[in-house]
Each structure stands twice: as structure tokens, then as C-alpha cells.
Design a protein around this ligand. Sequence first.
Ligand SMILES: Cc1cc2nc3c(=O)[nH]c(=O)nc-3n(C[C@H](O)[C@H](O)[C@H](O)COP(=O)(O)OP(=O)(O)OC[C@H]3O[C@@H](n4cnc5c(N)ncnc54)[C@H](O)[C@@H]3O)c2cc1C
Length: 287
Amino acid sequence: MIPAAFDYVRAESVDHAVSALAEHGDEAKVLAGGQSLLPLMRLRLAAPEVVVDVGRLADLRGVRDDGDALVIGALTTHHEVLADPLVRQHARLLTEVTATVADPAVRHRGTFGGSLAHADAAGDLPAAALVLDAEMVAHGPGGRRVIPAREFFVDYLETALSPDELLVEVRIPKLGAGWGFHYEKLHRVAQAWAIVGVAAALRRDNGSIAEARIGLTNMGRTPLRAGAVEQALAGSDASDDAALSQATDRAADGTTPPSDLSGQADYRQHIARVLTRRAVRHAAGLS
Ligand SMILES: Cc1cc2nc3c(=O)[nH]c(=O)nc-3n(C[C@H](O)[C@H](O)[C@H](O)COP(=O)(O)OP(=O)(O)OC[C@H]3O[C@@H](n4cnc5c(N)ncnc54)[C@H](O)[C@@H]3O)c2cc1C
């Protein structure tokens, strides 16, 4: 289908983008890589009156080392994140997760910030952002503010960004030695969208799990942390298979996954338990 008519603003700077957003409020939409917005517009599920294209803002692109954190520009493409040596070294979970996003064509245009701002419950990067305790840096008419990942994902396709704010960069605290990571995802063969995904980060200390962080993709209206599993794993012996199973059996506690053509809610809950067990074993270096 052809999108509804809209006005187009090509942003020349962050301030220009923000003032265009402030001027048009709810009627405006930011365009980054266009990999989610344009399909929605073509299906007429979105019909913004004004599209503010930030795609040429080069200063919002790239990864830099900021001491105890990596800073990833919102417009950094999935392909660039995947190829980045700093990300591989300090936030390897992102490398793993990004490798499962879509296909090379989408990864060359789609952006890291776009995936987070879009907040699709089936998107892979929001769960990773939760697990890594990422901080979203938003720029609005009043300047910058920082939004922790736990407060950023508000509802299905809804974030804490206000209509006149641009996500400009994301801070990812570095996790040092002792951490292991893994992302498990079940998806259809024909497309990479997660039916369920599980991102795991574990810190091991002398054979036991000192800290566990588990993020769930597509198990509710927002990405979730599997708090019951995290608590049950903390302090447990990583090689105690029974304890590990008992902990990961709690992966679906409190979740309300969707039922759709890819699977019913109870099926997704079963898959979440299976994938959590696999992800934890991988992250702990057991398989
Ligand atoms: C065929 C196909 C398969 C896909 N498969 C997967 C998959 O397996 N896993 C997955 O996670 N994703 C998948 N995607 C989505 C892809 O990852 C998109 O790149 C991503 O969701 C959005 O990034 P974008 O830069 O294209 O954003 P856009 O489409 O430009 O924007 C998406 C939304 O975010 C807002 N936005 C974008 N950037 C900003 C910003 N800086 N500040 C404020 N708001 C902003 C826009 O206004 C819009 O509402 C797929 C997409 C396609 C087309």
C-alpha cells in the first residue's frame, strides 16, 4: 500500500529535529532507518502528518569508549554495532543479540536507537538493554535527560520518550571479567522476529553464580526481567543441574505473553522456560 500523505523535514541538527518535533507534537514521527516506521506507514497503521528525518545526523552515529561505559549513538546501524570491536569487547551480549536481528539488508539500514525507541515487544534489543542496565539519553527542548532502561519501556510500542524528544545515545555500562552472556531465540524459519527470546548475563565467582540477569523478549507488552529466576540463581552452584532447572522453571512467572499465529501464551511460557535454561547454561560456560 501507499502511505498517507505527509510533510517531510530533513533535520540538519539535533536542535533542528527537536524544534520540528516540538512544533508538531503528536502529529510528527522521527524517521531513522525506516525499517519499522515505513512498513507501518505503508500498511497505514501509522499516518504521521510530519516525518522528521534524522538519518543524516552523523554525530548520532558510532560507538565510543567513555571509561566505565560504552556510548552508542542512536543512529548507529545494527551492522555497525555487530562489527564494532568495542561492543564485542565490553558488551558482547549486544553483538550476540544483534546478529539475530532480521537479515543483512535490514541490519544495514535499521538503527540501534530506532529498535529501542520503537519498543516492539518482539524486538530483540530491548531485552538486552534491560539486562545490561542501559541508560537512554534523550534530548528535548529542555536539554538532555537520562532514562534507565527499566523505566524506558512503558507499554507495547510505547516508551518514556515524549513526542518532542529524540533518543540521541545509549550508555552501556561495561561488565568486567567474570561475566558470561548468551541470547537464545525461537523464531520462524522465514523471518527472524522472536516468538520468544531470552538474554542472559551471568557473573560467576569460584564456581557459583554471583549475579544473574535474565531478559525476556515477547513475553508481555514490554521486554521483561525474569526476577524470580535471577533471585533463584544468585548464589547457586553453577554446576548443580537440579538447582539450575528449578530456577529456570520460574522464567514465565508473572508473564502475560501474547497468543497469535506463532504460538499460544502457554506455549510461549513453556518455550521461555526451555530457552532460559539453555541461555543460562551457555552464559555459565556449561554448554
Ligand atoms: C523484514 C524485517 C525484519 C525484522 N526483523 C527483526 C528482528 O528479527 N528483530 C528485531 O529486533 N527487529 C527486527 N526488525 C526491525 C528492525 O530491527 C528495525 O531496524 C528497528 O526496529 C527500527 O529501527 P529503525 O532505525 O529502522 O527505526 P525507524 O523505523 O526509523 O523508527 C522506528 C520507530 O522508532 C522511532 N525512532 C527511531 N529513532 C528514534 C530516535 N533516535 N529517537 C526517537 N524516536 C526514534 C520512530 O519515530 C518510529 O516510531 C525487522 C524489520 C524488518 C523490516
